[in-house]
Ligand binder design. Structure first.
Ligand code: FEO
Length: 393
């Protein structure tokens, strides 16, 4: 346990080796699962637990620190990386009550079979006095499941937002001591986990903006003792502004699509548009997600295989569609040998995105002069759209 403030402690399980979350999200820097302990003069509360693979770290830490009584286990989020050790904590501290909202209670019963008698259900804005320490609870839905909530420790002005503001970063540092590194990890985390809920997060930020926050203690990554660092970053990410950038994600089988991608990249650069190019055969899905946080335009490049889109291009389109970035424009480039439905398939996978689809450029076989001219035209159209959006010269 490490002290954040008098009688407020962090208990972290550092997972240096984890490389995948939800069997989908790459974690190149590992992660941490952070629980917190608040000791009042009368009651003691544990805020969240840790991933079930790290239960022993949590219990050993409580034991070695002489914590012989826990009255409340605050559960902000039913996902198992925070709730998974609750049954073990309840077994070790049988008088503890699980404090959470009604939705999270229902999910904990479903997911962990926690007995209904163990719960103390709270509602929006409710306080829980511990003796000299007062916890106040706020619902902040969809960060990242519908039941998510947070705790504000009034006397110390600490916000415990669970997943919100987190970063998947295995580090021995308790606090953020390398802001550029944490910024990148937090942006990756936002892109992969929070971005689909951008609109509702805006509302949650408005609600949290009414609190005086001196410290943010999330459930992944280091603690922010300069909260404005991450609050400003989130305002930027969830805001509607986009950058003069094109995310160009492609796969090529016999170099035709690659020739088009290389030409098109230069055409965009010549027009002053930044390009973030991803070869989908080797790309890190997380880096693609990060690029989608700000880019005004996404262009998918695909050959035609088995009469349709290349599965790797379809996968990228599916993921982009699920992440719902604020991207405003989209197009498709690529090639075909004898026909197919590649364009229709890819466009059909982007229906969640509120984008204007700019007419695709598709070459028959290896691209010819007319195809390169069409790519120049596509670059001109994107420049015009970006100028119209006020983001390009
Ligand atoms: Fe860190 Fe949504 O769990």
């Amino acid at each position: 346990m490490q002290e954040l403030r008098p009688d407020v402690y962090s208990i972290r399980a550092i997972d240096w080796d984890r490389r995948l979350f939800d069997e989908l999200i790459p974690l190149p820097e590992g992660t941490t699962y952070n629980a917190y302990l608040v000791e009042g003069s009368e009651k003691t509360a544990l805020l969240d637990t840790v991933d079930p693979t790290k239960t022993s770290i949590l219990l050993d830490s409580l034991d070695s620190s002489g914590v012989d009584k826990i009255d409340y286990v605050i559960s902000h989020h039913a996902e198992q990386d925070h709730s998974g050790s609750i049954p073990h904590v309840l077994a070790r501290y049988p008088n503890a009550k699980v404090v959470t909202n009604a939705k999270c209670k229902s999910m904990l019963i479903d997911l962990l079979h926690v007995d209904e008698s163990k719960f103390l259900t709270i509602t929006e804005g409710q306080t829980l006095p511990l003796g000299g320490k007062t916890l106040q609870f706020f619902d902040i839905p969809w960060v990242h499941w519908p039941e998510t909530m947070c705790t504000y420790l009034q006397e110390d002005r600490i916000l415990f937002p669970c997943d919100l503001f987190g970063s998947h970063l295995a580090t021995s540092s308790l606090y953020v001591d390398d802001e550029p590194l944490v910024y990148e990890s937090a942006k990756r985390y936002y892109a992969e986990i929070m971005m689909p809920f951008r609109t509702v997060i805006k509302k949650n930020l408005e609600k949290l903006g009414k609190l005086q926050i001196g410290m943010i203690a999330p459930s992944h990554g280091p603690v922010y003792n300069r909260p404005e660092f991450i609050l400003n970053a989130y305002q930027n990410w969830v805001g509607d502004d986009v950058k003069n950038e094109v995310v160009l994600a492609y796969v090529s089988m016999h170099e035709s699509t690659k020739l088009m991608v290389e030409y098109f990249t230069q055409a965009l650069i010549q027009r002053g548009i930044a390009v973030k190019q991803f070869n989908l055969t080797v790309a890190d899905l997380g880096r693609l997600a990060i690029a989608l946080v700000d880019a005004a335009t996404i262009v998918l490049g695909s050959p035609t295989v088995l009469t349709g889109a290349h599965p790797k291009a379809a996968y990228a389109a599916f993921v982009a569609n699920a992440l719902r970035p604020k991207t405003r424009f989209a197009s498709i480039i690529g090639s075909f040998g004898w026909g197919g439905k590649m364009v229709d398939q890819l466009a059909g996978l982007l229906t969640n995105l509120k984008v204007e689809l700019i007419p695709p450029v598709i070459a028959k076989g290896q691209p010819k002069d007319e195809d390169f001219a069409a790519l120049d035209n596509l670059a001109d159209q994107i420049l015009a759209k970006h100028r119209g959006a006020g983001i390009a010269k």
